[in-house]
Ligand binder design. Structure first.
Ligand SMILES: [Zn+2]
Length: 396
C-alpha cells in the first residue's frame, strides 16, 4: 500500500505529542528558553528542570501573554493557568509532575525522602567504586555530596565508571556531579579536585554536620583511609571504607560510627593494625605502584567491583539511617565493623589466598577488630577531648 504525500503528512501530524514538565516550571510564566529533549518516536518533549537545563537542547521559547504560537516548531505561550504548549502552531497536551515526589516515589515506605535529603556524604575518590556509591546514594535521596578526586576521566575508565564518553576529558568530580544532578536536580554537590590531605579545612567545616555526615573512603590505599577516618572522627561523622584485593577476587568493608566506642580504621588496618596476618598480607593490593609499562594496578572487572561496592552501599544506607527509629536496618545488626567479601573462591583468579573462603560470593560476618595501643587517632578519647587535643586546623 502506498500513501500519497498529503496522507503521510497527516499521519505524522496525528501522532499525539505530549510535554513532560514540572509543576513549578509550568506555573513559571517568565519569558525564557525551554531546554530538554524531544523524542521523535514517542512524541514526548521532556522539559528539563532549571538546575540541569544545560544538559538539554533548546526546544523553544516561552512567549508572552496573547502571543501567537510560532508556525513551525515548539513553543509555550503564557496563559492564566501557566504555560500552554504548541507544536507547529497546534496546541499539545502536557503532564505536570511534582519533581521531587516523582523522582523518589518508588522509595516510599522504605526510605524517608525528607530524612535522606538532610544526609551528607563526603566521597574520597570518584573512580569506579566512588561513582557507583554516589549514584546509588543519590537514588536513595542523599541531599548533599562533597566529591574529592584529583583525576580526569579517561577512556580506560569507561569499562568500570558510571560516567560515559560524554565526560571523557572532564574532571571526575565534575563528571560525577553532573550525573548526580541528572538523578536528583535538587542535590547539592561541592567538589574538590585534589586529595583529602589538601582540602581546605573550611570546606569540610562548612559541609560536615554532626550526626548527618558519612565519609566514604574509596581510595586505593590504606594510608588515605587511616587519614579519612581520623578526619571523620574530628567531625563526629561516620566512616566507611570499601577496598579491593587483587583483581577484585575479594574486597573488604570497614565502618566506624563515632560515639559508639568503636576502634577506628587505624586500629584495625593501619600500620601494625590488629587484623589477622592473612588480611594484612593483602596489603600490597592497595599499593598503587606503577610497573615497567607504566600501568597502574587494575582491580578487576566492573561486575566484581560492583558486587562488593553494593554491600558497602547497603551498609552506608543503614549507617545514615542509624538514628531513625522508623528505619529497619539491612545489614548493620549483622555485619561487624570489618567484613570480607569474595567474588570467587577459584585460586586461578585469587591465588592461594582464596582458601580462606568456603564458597564464591561469601560475606564474612564474624571478623572482630579491637583497639590498638599504637593508634594515633582519637578513637578512644571522649568526645570533649577530641576537638582540643588531637586534630586541629594545622593537621588538615
Ligand atoms: Zn584507632
Amino acid at each position: 500500500m502506498k500513501f500519497a504525500t498529503q496522507e503521510l503528512d497527516f499521519l505524522i501530524k496525528e501522532k499525539k505529542k505530549t510535554v513532560f514538565i514540572s509543576e513549578k516550571q509550568q506555573k513559571n510564566t517568565a519569558p525564557r528558553v525551554l531546554y530538554g529533549r524531544y523524542f521523535d518516536r514517542t512524541g514526548i518533549y521532556n522539559i528539563f528542570p532549571e538546575e540541569i537545563k544545560e544538559e538539554g537542547e533548546v526546544l523553544g521559547e516561552v512567549l508572552s501573554v496573547n502571543a501567537k504560537p510560532v508556525k513551525e516548531g515548539f513553543c509555550a505561550v503564557v496563559t492564566e493557568e501557566g504555560l500552554a504548549f504548541f507544536c507547529d502552531g497546534q496546541p499539545i497536551t502536557y503532564e505536570a509532575y511534582s519533581l521531587y515526589q516523582s523522582i523518589f516515589s518508588r522509595n516510599k515506605g522504605i526510605l524517608e525522602t525528607n530524612v535522606m535529603a538532610e544526609k551528607k556524604v563526603v566521597l574520597l575518590g570518584c573512580g569506579s567504586v566512588g561513582s557507583l556509591a554516589a549514584m546509588e546514594l543519590a537514588r536513595c535521596g542523599v541531599g548533599s555530596f562533597l566529591l574529592i578526586d584529583p583525576d580526569i576521566l579517561e577512556y580506560h575508565n569507561l569499562c568500570r565508571h558510571q560516567c560515559g564518553i560524554e565526560d571523557v576529558g572532564n574532571l571526575k568530580v565534575d563528571a560525577l556531579s553532573r550525573k548526580l544532578k541528572c538523578i536528583n536536580p535538587a542535590v547539592k554537590v561541592v567538589t574538590f579536585d585534589g586529595i583529602l590531605q589538601n582540602i581546605p579545612k573550611d570546606m569540610l567545616d562548612k559541609f560536615c554536620v554532626e550526626g548527618a555526615t558519612l565519609f566514604i573512603g574509596c581510595a586505593d590505599n590504606r594510608a588515605a583511609d587511616v587519614y579519612a577516618n581520623r578526619i571523620s572522627i574530628y567531625y563526629q561523622a561516620a566512616f566507611l571504607s570499601i577496598g579491593f584485593w587483587e583483581r577484585a577476587y575479594a574486597g573488604e568493608i570497614f565502618y566506624h560510627i563515632p560515639g559508639k566506642g568503636m576502634p577506628c580504621y587505624s586500629c584495625a588496618l593501619g600500620d601494625g593494625g590488629n587484623i589477622s596476618e592473612r588480611a594484612q598480607a593483602s596489603h600490597h593490593v592497595y599499593s598503587n605502584q606503577e610497573d615497567t609499562e607504566g600501568l597502574k594496578f587494575e582491580p578487576g572487572i566492573s561486575a566484581d567491583i560492583n558486587y562488593i561496592t553494593t554491600i558497602g552501599i547497603k551498609l552506608a544506607i543503614d549507617i545514615l539511617n542509624a538514628s531513625n527509629q522508623e528505619y529497619i536496618p539491612r545489614l548493620l545488626r549483622d555485619l561487624k565493623q570489618y567484613t570480607i567479601i569474595c567474588n570467587t573462591s577459584n585460586p586461578q583468579i585469587g591465588g592461594e589466598m582464596v582458601e580462606i573462603f568456603s564458597y564464591p560470593l561469601q560475606v564474612s560476618t564474624s571478623l572482630v577488630v579491637g583497639f590498638n595501643d599504637k593508634c594515633k587517632n582519637a578513637c578512644r578519647l571522649e568526645e570533649g577531648e577530641l576537638h582540643g587535643n588531637h586534630i586541629g586546623a594545622g593537621n588538615i
